[in-house]
Design a protein around this ligand. Structure first.
Ligand code: IMP
Ligand code: MG
Length: 179
């Protein structure tokens, strides 16, 4: 598969993002970093290891595009464990595609009384957007390609690649089905 973003470029950019987040949240004592399982995990670990301010970690897991769902219908499969009320929430995601997943989670965090909510995403496929989601910290904007690696999967494979690659089918009939 063709490498789209090399490991060293990921590391450099994530270092810059961590420095920016650390500056913006300096002095904050109720920061809660919320990842969206499973894709964000590799990115989240590398990002948060570079941040020294105190923070809590929690996770959502969502599903969409499944059988019996309409586009934009996002289900919460795993909720956060911790209380959101009064927290400064930094939502961490691997990729923003249509935007439906993050729109749903952002609305839920606000409804639960977060003090502030910001979004940090490694990748942005802006040309695919269906609903508006403001990204406060962005790694890379990419074209409308199906990508794998560094947390992103095709059918649960390739998450452990240390770089981002453009997914190419083994068989021409294989079609990506993100979940
Ligand atoms: P949404 O369309 O913005 O709601 O994105 C939903 C989810 O689709 C993302 O969080 C990813 O898990 C998945 N996804 C979207 N594009 C890709 C891709 O290119 N590779 C792997 N997963 C993707
Ligand atoms: Mg995801």
């Amino acid at each position: 598969m063709k490498v789209l973003i090399r490991q060293e470029d990921l590391e450099r950019r994530i270092g810059e993002m961590a420095a920016e987040i650390e500056r913006d949240y300096a002095g904050c004592d109720n920061l809660m970093c919320v990842g969206v399982l499973k894709g964000s995990v590799f990115f989240m670990v590398d990002l948060l290891k570079r941040i020294s301010i105190p923070l809590a970690v929690d996770f959502f897991q969502t599903s969409s595009y499944g059988s019996g769902t309409t586009p934009g219908e996002v289900r919460i499969r795993k909720d956060v464990d911790l209380s959101i009320r009064g927290k400064d929430v930094l939502l961490i995601e691997d990729i923003v595609d249509t935007g439906y997943t993050l729109r749903t989670i952002l609305d839920l965090l606000r409804f639960r009384g977060a003090r502030s909510v910001r979004l940090c995403a490694l990748l942005d496929k802006a040309s695919r957007r269906q609903v508006d989601v403001p990204i406060d910290y962005l790694g890379f904007e990419i074209e409308d390609l199906f990508v794998v690696g560094y947390g992103l999967d095709f059918d649960e494979r390739y998450r452990n690649l240390p770089y981002i690659a453009v997914w190419e089918p083994d068989e021409p009939s294989d079609v990506p089905s993100p979940s």
